[in-house]
Design a protein around this ligand. Structure first.
Ligand code: GLV
Ligand code: MN
Ligand code: MN
Length: 421
C-alpha cells in the first residue's frame, strides 16, 4: 500500500525548500543561485546528499547532471526518469525547478517506505543549469543528455567575453566530454517532470494539478543598431542617426508582435545596452536582447521574418543600420499523448481534479523528449508569479504533486511497451 504524503513528507518538502533556498547569492535580489556560481556549486552537494539519504545511488554525469538511481527488480528493462533543476534566474524565487527535484527525491523515498519496488530503475535527476544564462542558452544539462549541445554553443560568449566552454571548465567539467554524454545510449521508458505552473490558470480555476499538453517554442535575437555619434545639442532631429531611437522602435515592435498572436504568443525585450556614456552625445551603438515564445509553431515560424523586416525598416527611416543574431532556444514540443493519458488516469485514481494545460515556460522536458516519451505535471503558483521573489507554492500543493508523480510513475512502470508519442 502506498504511503500517502504524511506529515513527514510535508516536513521534508518544507524543510527541503527552506534549506536549498538558503544557498543564495546574497549580493543579488530575491533568490539567486545561477548556474556555475558558488552558491549553486555548494547547493548541489546538498542535493546529492539528500538523494543518498533517500536511498538513491548517486553519480554526476559528464554534463554535470546529478543522477540518483533507485534500482528496480528487472534490471534489463528501460528506466523511468524524473527530475528537474535547482538553478534559479537572477532575482528569482524558491520553487521553480526545486519542486521537481525535491518532489522526485520524495517520490523515491515514498516508494521505498511503502515497500513498493518498481520493475524498472528510477532515475532522479537534478539537471545542470536549466535557466537561460549569460550565454543566452537554457537547459544545459538536459541539452547535453539529449546530445543537442553543439560546438557552436560552447563558443558562445558572455558579456565579459568568456566562452561557455571556459565556464564549464572553470566549474570543473571537461568541455570535450559534453558533446557525447552516454544518456542516448541507454534506452529510457519515459520521462516525467513535476514543476510549478508559473502562471495563474490552476489557481484561478481552483485546481490542484495540471497535465501539460505542449511546451512553448522560443526564438531569441540580439539586434545591434549602428547610427552615428554627434553632438546632442547641435545636431538637428532630421540630421541625426540615433541608434537608441531605433532600438526603442524595435522594443515596441517586439511587444506588438506578441500582442498580435492569434492563439498564444508572448514577446519580451529584456535588455538594451548603449555604448554611449555621455548624456550629450547622440547614441551610435546600441544592442538589444529579445525573445518571442508560442505554443503555435506556425505563428512562431513567421516571427523571424516579420520582426527582422519591421525593425530594419523602422531603423532605416532613422538612418540606422541594424544586424541580427537569431537563435532558436527550442522548438514547440508536445507531451506524449500516452504519458498525458497515464498521468490523467493516475490523478483520476487519486480522486483529484485536473486540467490539460500548455506551458509558456521552457523545461528540461523539452530535451528529454528526444530520449523518451515525455510528460509534465504542474502544481499551482500563487498569484501566477514566477521568476521573481514572490514565487510561491504551498507545501500541501507540492505534496499533492508528489502523489500525482508517484501514481504516474507506478502506472508507467507496468506498461510493457514504450508509451507512444
Ligand atoms: C525557464 O524557466 C524559461 O521558461 O525561460
Ligand atoms: Mn523551471
Ligand atoms: Mn525558470
Amino acid at each position: 500500500m502506498l504511503q500517502v504524503p504524511s506529515l513527514e513528507t510535508h516536513d521534508r518538502l518544507g524543510t527541503g525548500v527552506a534549506e536549498l533556498s538558503a544557498f543564495n547569492d546574497g549580493d543579488r535580489p530575491g533568490w539567486t543561485r545561477e548556474v556555475f556560481s558558488e552558491p549553486y556549486r555548494a547547493s548541489r552537494a546538498w542535493t546529492a546528499a539528500r538523494m543518498r539519504e533517500a536511498g538513491l545511488e548517486v553519480h554526476v554525469d559528464a554534463a554535470g547532471n546529478i543522477v540518483g538511481r533507485l534500482a528496480g527488480s528487472e534490471a534489463s528493462l528501460p528506466a523511468l526518469v524524473t527530475g528537474s533543476h535547482t538553478d534559479t534566474v537572477d532575482g528569482g524565487g524558491r520553487f521553480d525547478g526545486i519542486v521537481g527535484v525535491l518532489g522526485s527525491i520524495e517520490a523515491a523515498r515514498l516508494l521505498q517506505e511503502s515497500g513498493i519496488r518498481l520493475r524498472r530503475d528510477l532515475l532522479v535527476v537534478d539537471f545542470l543549469g536549466e535557466e537561460s544564462n549569460v550565454f543566452g542558452l537554457s537547459c544545459l544539462g538536459s541539452r547535453s543528455a539529449a546530445q543537442e549541445l553543439t560546438p557552436e554553443d560552447l563558443d558562445r560568449r558572455d558579456y565579459r567575453g568568456v566562452t561557455l566552454g571556459q565556464a564549464y571548465a572553470d566549474y570543473g567539467l571537461d568541455p570535450s566530454r559534453l558533446l557525447d554524454v552516454p544518456w542516448a545510449k541507454e534506452p529510457l521508458h519515459a520521462f516525467v517532470e513535476l514543476h510549478i505552473e508559473q502562471g495563474p490558470t490552476l489557481e484561478k480555476r481552483g485546481l490542484p494539478l495540471g497535465i501539460v499538453t505542449a511546451i512553448t517554442g522560443i526564438e531569441r535575437f540580439i539586434a545591434t543598431f549602428a547610427g552615428a555619434a554627434d553632438h546632442a545639442g547641435t545636431t538637428s532631429m532630421e540630421d541625426r542617426r540615433d541608434a537608441m531611437a531605433a532600438a526603442a522602435e524595435a522594443v515596441l515592435a517586439v511587444r506588438a508582435e506578441g500582442c498580435g498572436a492569434p492563439t498564444h504568443g508572448v514577446a519580451t525585450s529584456t535588455r538594451v545596452e548603449s555604448e554611449s556614456r555621455s548624456p550629450n552625445v547622440v547614441p551610435s551603438l546600441v544592442r538589444m536582447y529579445s525573445e518571442v515564445r508560442s505554443v503555435d509553431p506556425t505563428w512562431l515560424s513567421g516571427v523571424k521574418g516579420r520582426l527582422t523586416g519591421e525593425i530594419a525598416a523602422k531603423a532605416a527611416d532613422l538612418g540606422v543600420d541594424v544586424g541580427f543574431e537569431w537563435s532558436t532556444d527550442n522548438t514547440v514540443v508536445h507531451a506524449a499523448s500516452s504519458v498525458q493519458d497515464v498521468a490523467g488516469a493516475a490523478v483520476d485514481a487519486l480522486g483529484l481534479p485536473w486540467m490539460p494545460i500548455p506551458s509558456g515556460a521552457t523545461h528540461d522536458a523539452v530535451h528529454m523528449a528526444t530520449l523518451a516519451p515525455m510528460g509534465m505535471i504542474f502544481i499551482p503558483s500563487k498569484g501566477g508569479k514566477s521568476h521573481c521573489p514572490e514565487e510561491w507554492s504551498s507545501t500541501e500543493n507540492i505534496a499533492t504533486g508528489v502523489e500525482a508523480l508517484v501514481g504516474t510513475l507506478r502506472r508507467l512502470d507496468t506498461t510493457d511497451s514504450r508509451p507512444t508519442s
